[in-house]
Design a protein around this ligand. Structure first.
Ligand code: PR8
Length: 584
């Protein structure tokens, strides 16, 4: 990507007033994504953005390795024959599949799909790998690209057609173990989002009408964006035994030798034959006296040619989890401000930028640059990612540039700092009034205190980001707790009022169907609802038509609504509290 000139780098768009423009602009300017491709939904990721993505994927990979979910690699191209073996799941993806139909000049038969996700290829492989209960659990992950021909508006990192992601897939012997794995996925994801990226969101279960194709249930993390809408930032799926039955991921749970297995099979075949003969005899016996023998049905006439095989094996229980570039998108959206990116220390390509304050006089500047380089070496040795900006130009534009890039900490080094053997630090979320100095060595010449203090300040900075993210989320969710305590019923009209829909009348046909969210008010609502089963779909449609909000899900661990708590749509007894929001 062509280097941008410093003079082009003034960024000042209000994140909350103009989120769409802010997002697009900062991605390009900070070199997170280069949108200048000619293909819809396909982007270049320059080194700065790629570092952030790789750092988050590494954190996910490490969390999985911790849970014995090991790396593996599966093909990108999947034959149509394999895909059509699975109807329910794949049918859900058909409209989004990119097909490869030619190899050179020859037509491919079968044609090949660019994987929209990897269940089919992974589970057909699992069928080869799983024989006995000793092969379970089987747990794999891969960080790769999948392809979905998204028809909605595409947006870098958020909705791309070539999706960079990490997927985990596990097979277990029992439903309980598989469900436990699903909880384990969230231990990993929570760690990545809350502890590493310092963002937060709603951890909820999707209603049944909105589960992943082929899943029994789907759990997601929905993050509230600066425009008040929500973005699904990760998901896990409890797949039950459907996939295992289809692809033959089956195991025997006894310690049989092959000879035992053979004996058992022969015995089973004999027993089946005997049973059939007895059935025939029985039928003859049932025949009334004088009745002539009925002509045998066509299939009865033929001796069975196939051997009867009794499959004593059990189907495994499958689950999967997926997380994508939306991680980086959530970091950018949640922490960024009107001056640009604000990056948590774990995701920042450079955690510290050192800016020597130069006077333009070579003899005075040289020692300051050398001292800055010494500081850089000390930090580097301690494993801190640090860069020095000693290029031409005044400090002011350099400050703006690195602020826009979201570098967590700026170290300024001038003559005075150098003479005191210290550096001046300012963190990205603070102002110049919060600057503070740290000596780089103690009296004995050790840098341990300096490094220790920098690490402490990193942790404080990350904590401040997390706290701010939690506050933003809390202030944008209305749970109607007071009403609930008073035993009052929540109404659709109240939500319409909060959203300004009661007075909104878009007469201009170009106007939005719904007004923009007033961000000083909640944009996500937790309300009592009749059902999260398929029968809830119709009432949801009513809610959606009246408010523009969809039901995103519910907290499966939350206490159920008490007797008498009424559904916001039907007025009947509610069975769940659900979260309603507008999706991005
Ligand atoms: C699965 N199978 O496929 P999922 N651009 C960026 N991120 C996206 C996009 C997109 N177009 N579409 C989805 N995501 C399962 C789990 C293997 C892995 C992100 O699940 O379809 C979303 O954050 O729910 C989504 O939660 C995650 O990928 C997994 O996709």
């Amino acid at each position: 990507m062509a280097q941008q000139k410093r003079s082009d780098l003034t960024f000042n768009i209000s994140k909350f007033d103009n989120f769409g423009a802010w997002y697009e602009e900062i991605l390009q300017l900070a070199e997170v994504v280069d949108k200048r491709t000619t293909m819809k939904g396909v982007y270049v990721m320059p080194p700065y953005g790629c570092f952030m993505h790789n750092a988050t994927m590494r954190a996910v990979e490490d969390a999985w390795v911790e849970q014995d979910i090991m790396h593996a690699n599966f093909p990108t191209l999947i034959p149509e024959t394999l895909l059509s073996a699975e109807s329910g799941h794949f049918a859900g993806f058909v409209p989004e599949v990119f097909w490869v139909t030619k190899g050179g000049n020859s037509d491919l038969n079968p044609k090949l799909a660019l994987r929209p996700t990897s269940e089919t290829i992974i589970y057909s492989t699992f069928a080869n790998w799983v024989q006995s209960h000793r092969d379970l659990p089987l747990k794999v992950q891969q960080t790769c690209q999948v392809f979905r021909c998204e028809t909605k508006d595409t947006s870098p990192l958020i909705r791309s057609r070539e999706i960079l992601w990490n997927e985990a897939h596990c097979a277990h012997a029992t439903a309980e173990e598989s469900a436990e794995q699903c909880r384990g996925y969230w231990v990993g994801y929570k760690h990545v989002f809350e502890d590493i990226l310092n963002v937060t969101g709603l951890y909820i279960r999707r209603p049944l009408w909105d589960t992943f194709p082929g899943a029994d249930y789907t759990d997601v993390l929905d993050i509230i964006l600066p425009n008040g809408k929500v973005m699904q930032s990760a998901s896990t799926h409890f797949l039950g035994q459907g996939f295992a039955n289809l692809f033959g991921v089956k195991f025997s749970d006894t310690e049989q030798t092959p000879a035992d297995k053979q004996k058992e099979l022969i015995a089973a075949q004999k027993a089946a034959k005997k049973a059939k003969q007895q059935e025939k005899k029985q039928k003859k016996g049932d025949k009334k006296e004088g009745e002539s023998e009925p002509a045998p049905a066509e299939e009865e006439k033929q001796e069975p040619t196939e051997e009867v095989v009794i499959d004593h094996r059990k189907a495994a229980w499958m689950s999967c989890a997926g997380i994508s570039t939306r991680c980086v998108a959530s970091v950018i959206c949640v922490h960024g401000d009107d001056n640009g990116l604000v990056l948590p220390t774990a995701a920042a390509p450079f955690q510290i930028i050192i800016i020597p304050i130069l006077r333009g006089k070579a003899d005075q500047d040289k020692p300051v640059i050398e001292f800055s380089q010494t500081v850089q070496q000390i930090l580097k040795k301690a494993g801190i990612r640090v860069r020095i900006d000693d290029g031409p130009g005044k400090p002011g534009p350099k400050f703006f540039h690195w602020e826009m890039k979201g570098v967590p900490c700026r170290i300024e080094i001038g003559q005075r700092d150098m003479s005191q053997n210290s550096v001046c630090c300012v963190f990205r979320d603070q102002t110049k009034d919060d600057k503070f100095n740290i000596p780089i060595a103690d009296e004995a010449g050790s840098n341990a205190g300096f490094i220790g203090r920098i690490r402490e300040e990193f942790a404080r900075f990350d904590e401040r980001l997390h706290k701010k993210a939690i506050e933003f989320q809390t202030s944008h969710i209305e749970k109607f707790l007071e009403k609930e305590q008073k035993g009052e019923t929540v109404t659709i009209d109240e939500i319409r009022k909060t959203l300004g829909l009661d007075t909104y009348n878009p007469t201009d046909k170009n106007a939005d169907k719904y007004p923009r969210f007033d961000l000083s008010k909640p944009t996500v609502f937790r309300v009592p609802f009749i059902s999260v089963g398929h029968d809830g779909k119709e009432p949801e449609a009513i809610l959606r038509a009246a408010t523009g909000l969809e039901i995103r899900g519910y907290d499966p661990n939350e206490a159920l609504p008490a007797e008498g708590v009424k559904c916001i749509v039907t007025g009947q007894q509610a069975t769940r509290y659900v979260y309603c929001a507008r999706a991005m």
